[in-house]
Design a protein around this ligand. Structure first.
Ligand SMILES: C[S@@+](CC[C@H](N)C(=O)[O-])C[C@H]1O[C@@H](n2cnc3c(N)ncnc32)[C@H](O)[C@@H]1O
Length: 275
């Protein structure tokens, strides 16, 4: 059993763990990485700050209609709910347990409407309005197909809307090596470590591959924000939990080293419809 599969079960016994991972299941963002303290409390603030940054970069405002695909425990929806009014918020996640937790914990305030749906982000239900924003925060690598997800979003995104993807991007210089590693080792290790509820298979791609998917699905990549340096303090915190709980040193360290040398970079990508 992997990291995410065991996470909810451990919350009851470990309030600090719940504080760190009970809202967001993504990396932290530190404006000044050398000020990170390495505590779970500091990590929880940084994880929330990553969602804040995404909201800020996308310039989300009151009255927007927002899809959060692969919403996890709904942490980004929670933050939007607390920060803005008159929102239509839809979260979709493939894991029913995470959806249940989000439903229980997050109720609309500020005249916001919130819906959490159990489902596959690559097979979106038809909703009765267009979205202004679709967000996929640290989850698209686990979806069955990025292209299918882009196509699905495109159908329900306003022509002036934005698709915001936060993902680990492969440096094109090591793409060949990465393909081999991913096929032979890494995908299985990450799946084992992070758990089948988080992902069945992972697939990381380059910016060029993202641009090609965007072209094929009538999007253009309009902004790339590289925050790889700002997420680095995540690794010691996450690694310690993984090592303590699951002894999966190799995967955790592997990701950290690739990231340290910018061979995998953590980035925010903003796509806009082209027609
Ligand atoms: C690393 S977590 C990120 C969760 C959330 N976006 C956040 O930032 O807290 C990845 C999430 O993607 C979800 N997921 C994986 N495949 C999915 C799919 N095909 N459709 C919807 N959600 C999916 C997992 O269940 C997990 O909640």
């Amino acid at each position: 059993m992997g990291y995410f599969d065991a996470l909810i079960d451990k919350f009851a016994d470990d309030p600090a763990l719940e504080k760190a991972f009970g809202k967001h299941i993504h990396w932290g963002y530190w404006e000044n990485p050398n000020q990170a303290t390495g505590t779970l409390e500091d990590f929880a603030i940084a994880a929330n700050n990553l969602s804040k940054l995404v909201i800020e970069k996308a310039q989300i405002n009151h009255g927007s209609k927002i899809l959060d695909a692969g919403c996890g425990f709904g942490g980004t929806i929670r933050l939007l709910n607390e920060s803005f009014s008159d929102l239509e918020l839809v979260g979709i996640n493939i894991d029913q347990v995470q959806v249940q937790r989000a439903k229980q914990l997050i109720k609309g305030i500020n005249n916001n409407c919130i819906q959490f749906i159990h489902g596959n982000a690559c097979n979106l239900p038809q909703l009765d309005h267009e979205f202004d924003y679709a967000i996929a925060l640290e989850c698209i690598f686990a979806f069955p197909s990025r292209k299918q997800f882009f196509e699905q979003v495109r159908k329900q995104l306003s022509p002036s809307g934005q698709l915001i993807v936060v993902d680990f991007i492969i440096n094109s210089q090591i793409n060949g090596l990465w393909r081999w590693l991913e096929q032979e080792i890494i995908s299985r290790l990450i799946t084992d470590t992070y758990g089948s509820k988080a992902t069945n298979e992972v697939n990381f791609i380059t910016i060029k591959e993202y641009e090609a998917i965007a072209r094929q699905t009538n999007f253009k990549l309009s902004q790339v924000i590289d925050i790889n340096k700002n997420v680095q303090p995540t690794y010691p915190v996450v690694n310690e939990i993984i090592i303590n709980n699951f002894n999966d040193w190799l995967t955790a360290k592997g990701l950290e080293y690739f990231s340290l040398f910018n061979l995998i970079s953590y980035q925010i990508l903003i796509f806009e419809p082209t027609e």
